[in-house]
Write a protein that binds this ligand. Structure first.
Ligand SMILES: *Cc1c(COP(=O)(O)O)cnc(C)c1O
Length: 397
């Protein structure tokens, strides 16, 4: 998955354009920038690549979620439904909006369980936020049907699945808005960066203003611009955008490499009857950034983790013990440990995450191993790896 593996001449050329003019900011300085508008160009490139009307770059994937929630009008007293298996950015962005995160179980897709979502809906629910974890997608038809029936907003976190699609539409374009991360370890990197995409022109205009202190970007004198509403600084720099511009042009190649490598590993593991694979609602749309599989029990999964190490297999995770991605180790969230006072709405509105039953998520996550699919592997390396993985798994059966 990490685009940094293939950082090269194309990325250096785009960055050099910026270095030569010295204009590191995305707005203004028209005369000095030699015609280079890397952030603007990257937004246009994302629109074309993803087939979406508007893309707004941000300083990170987390801030892309902040911006999406803000322009969707989500704030104090609103509940946002999110999965137990994701990245900490999900609840960080919800809390930053002043809204209340409501955590629900995942299923064998490793993403939101539509039944659990339906059961969590209250009169305060405003948004359902599926996270397309580990390269592939949530059951978007089911989630969209729930959102339509209950008049809720669908916000896709596609930070780990850029280039994937669902029934012919790119991930991130199916909900009311979608978010991407271009941090250093994502499929496309800017070093740090992110984007919010939408087909709604009003959301797009508000995102443009909100990411830049509410500036209305009318005229060509930044100092004279008006502030129609409150905003923040979530801008990306031209240097970061330049890297992403080179990378997004390579996205199709990156995704085909991932698919080619993943197929070799998956075909090899499929020969082991005890191995089952994560359900992918649209197999053809898998971005293939990871290969995620299940063992029949937690005990066997723990043994495979050890056996992988012994057989020299790297870059895999069992998220049950993970601090970043699974609720079990989110003690700061469970205890609501904040540097500043949280609102009463959040304090009283959140579930007691120490006692809520997430046994369904525990079952899937504890039996799951997710392997990163790298771009830089040679064909021979992937074959060798497949052999080691099969040998490791067979050794514990
Ligand atoms: C990486 C990631 C984010 C946040 O992205 P940053 O750019 O690191 O802030 C959000 N959600 C998911 C699922 C991610 O993997």
């Amino acid at each position: 998955m990490p685009g940094f593996e293939l950082f090269g001449d194309a990325e250096r050329k785009e960055v050099n354009d910026v270095l030569e003019s010295g204009v590191l900011m995305r707005y203004g300085f028209d005369g000095a920038r030699n015609g280079h508008w890397k952030a603007k160009e990257l937004e246009q490139e994302l629109q074309t690549t993803l087939g979406v009307k508007h893309a707004q770059l941000t300083s990170s994937g987390t801030t892309a979620l902040n911006v999406a929630l803000a322009v969707l009008g989500v704030g104090a007293g609103d509940e946002v439904i999110m999965p137990t298996f994701t990245f900490v950015a999900s609840f960080e962005s919800i809390l930053a909006a002043g809204a209340t995160p409501i955590l629900v179980d995942i299923d064998d897709t490793l993403t939101l369980d539509p039944k659990a979502v339906e059961a969590a809906i209250t009169p305060k629910t405003k948004v359902v936020m599926p996270v397309h974890m580990c390269g592939s997608m949530a059951d978007l038809d089911a989630l969209k049907a729930i959102c339509d029936a209950h008049n809720l907003i669908l916000l896709e976190d596609a930070c780990q699945a850029i280039g994937g699609s669902y029934k012919g539409k790119k991930l991130g374009t199916i909900g009311d808005a979608g978010c991407f991360s271009f941090d250093y370890v994502k499929t496309i990197t800017c070093g740090e960066g992110g984007a919010m995409i939408t087909n709604d022109p009003n959301l797009a205009v508000n995102a443009d203003h909100y990411t830049d202190h509410g500036h209305d970007h009318i005229g060509n004198d930044r100092g004279a611009e008006a502030h129609p509403f409150l905003g923040y600084n979530f801008r990306i720099s031209e240097l970061n955008a330049a890297v992403g511009l080179a990378q997004v042009r390579r996205l199709e190649d990156f995704v085909s490499l991932q698919r080619k490598h993943k197929k070799i590993l998956k075909d090899a593991l499929a020969t082991i009857p005890e191995v089952s694979f994560r359900r992918i609602p649209d197999e053809d749309g898998d971005s293939a950034g990871f290969l995620s599989f299940f063992m029949p029990t937690k005990e066997l999964t723990d043994k495979v983790v050890v056996a992988f190490k012994e057989h020299g297999v790297d870059a895999y995770w069992n998220y049950f013990e993970n601090n970043w991605h699974y609720i079990r180790k989110w003690h700061h969230l469970k205890e609501k440990t904040s540097l500043f006072p949280l609102s009463d709405q959040i304090i009283n509105g959140m579930q007691d995450l120490n006692t809520t039953d997430f046994s369904q998520s525990d079952d899937f996550i504890s039996r799951n191993i997710s392997c990163l699919i790298k771009l830089s592997w040679t064909q021979a390396e992937v074959q060798e790896r497949a052999g080691k993985m099969v040998a490791a798994i067979r050794s514990v059966l």
